[in-house]
Design a protein around this ligand. Structure first.
Ligand code: FAD
Length: 321
């Protein structure tokens, strides 16, 4: 049976985030020939219409209210709830991003819906929607079958293929009623300077306590620049004040699934693995041949990261010119 799929398209720094395109492609697969409706929030929303149409949006809802110009939990939750009711969506998809993690459970609870969060797979089987999601810190995967009612899910970034499917989207303006916002955004202060977004990076070079100090991250930064990647860290490195907590990957940090994850001087504690073990290719560099990180690594290099990382950087520079 054809379905109406509502996708919350997320923007950051004036650009649509990749997860928005992943969600549109997933939505098309789940709609069974129905409609993929994409929502865009904020006064600048109309500038993204063309792009979401190229990826296959059938309809685009613009919520251009001034109160949606920067994210607040209250405004976004109210707007999303009203939109879900307005379009009578059968399936609602958001990224499992900071915004998705905040808004999706609230909206689901307010509307009395279930929520499959942090999904890494989505498929249709005999008309049922089946989401796959990691449990027990990524040690096992659970399949959630939805066979009736509305379906609400957040999707883990970097886990779904993106396909372009250009469409002439119908554009609809929707004015939500937003009131009682309890937070005021006065200023946005960035903890990390520009660069590639860690949660959507295709290549991540991560440092652990083995980097020894703040300067120890420099060779990792150089390698990341050559590979067009981002720098991450273990909690060990963050706790030791070698880097900012915004770089932390793991159970209590960011969950990432890049194509290539290079762990440098990271022992491989279970809490770290929870954030990166689904990476497509894992390379570990560690002095200790018994380090647990080697158990999940596709390639292991036993050696001093301060010797190995600069050599890798030099070789990649030669290979990539
Ligand atoms: P260590 O375990 O000290 O490992 C350092 C490694 O560097 C060693 O294997 C050593 O052989 C190697 N090394 C040293 N020098 C060199 C060198 N020159 N060249 C190459 N290798 C070298 N951790 C996370 O990462 N993310 C989380 O989200 C997280 N959440 C947690 C939540 C809870 C509730 C708890 C209790 C812990 C959590 N932790 C988390 C902490 C986790 O248990 C580990 O303590 C932490 O991951 C260890 O960081 P590390 O591997 O950098 O340090």
């Amino acid at each position: 049976m054809s379905k109406k799929v509502l996708v919350f398209a997320e923007t950051k720094d004036g650009k649509l985030r990749n997860i928005s395109f992943e969600a549109i492609t997933v939505g098309q697969g789940l709609s069974e020939g129905g409609e993929v409706i994409v929502s865009l929030f904020g006064p600048e929303a109309s500038q993204y219409v063309q792009e979401v149409s190229e990826y296959g949006a059938n309809k685009v809802y613009l919520l251009e209210d001034e109160s949606l110009s920067t994210f607040t939990t209250d405004a976004y939750t109210q707007a999303l709830c009203q939109l879900i009711e307005e379009v009578q969506a059968d399936v609602i998809l958001m990224g499992h991003t900071a915004i998705g993690k905040d808004v999706a459970p609230r909206a689901a609870a307010r509307l009395g819906l279930g929520l499959a969060s942090d999904c890494t797979g989505a498929e249709l089987e005999n008309g049922n929607i089946i989401f796959t999601r990691p449990i027990y810190a990524g040690k096992a995967f659970q399949k959630k079958v939805f066979n009736k009612g509305k379906v609400f899910a957040t999707l883990r970034p970097n886990n779904f293929d993106i396909q372009k499917n250009p469409n002439e989207s119908e554009v609809v303006s929707f004015q939500p009623v937003i009131k009682d916002i309890r937070t005021i955004v006065k200023e946005i202060v960035r903890k990390t300077a520009g660069g590639v977004d860690l949660s959507e990076a295709k290549v991540i070079i991560s440092g652990g306590r083995g980097v020894k100090n703040k300067d120890g991250f420099k060779p990792l930064q150089e390698l990341a620049e050559v590979l067009g990647g981002a720098v991450g860290a273990s909690r060990g490195a963050c706790d030791a004040d070698y880097c900012d907590y915004s770089l932390q990957i793991g159970q209590t940090g960011k969950v990432v699934t890049p194509d290539l994850y290079i762990a440098c001087g990271i022992s491989g504690a279970i809490q770290h693995l929870a954030g990166m073990s689904n990476s497509k290719v894992i390379v570990a560099i560690n002095k200790d041949p018994e380090a647990p990180i080697f158990q999940v690594a596709d390639y292991g290099i036993v050696g001093d990261l301060f010797e190995v990382v600069p050599l890798l950087t030099e070789e990649f520079k030669k290979a990539l010119v």
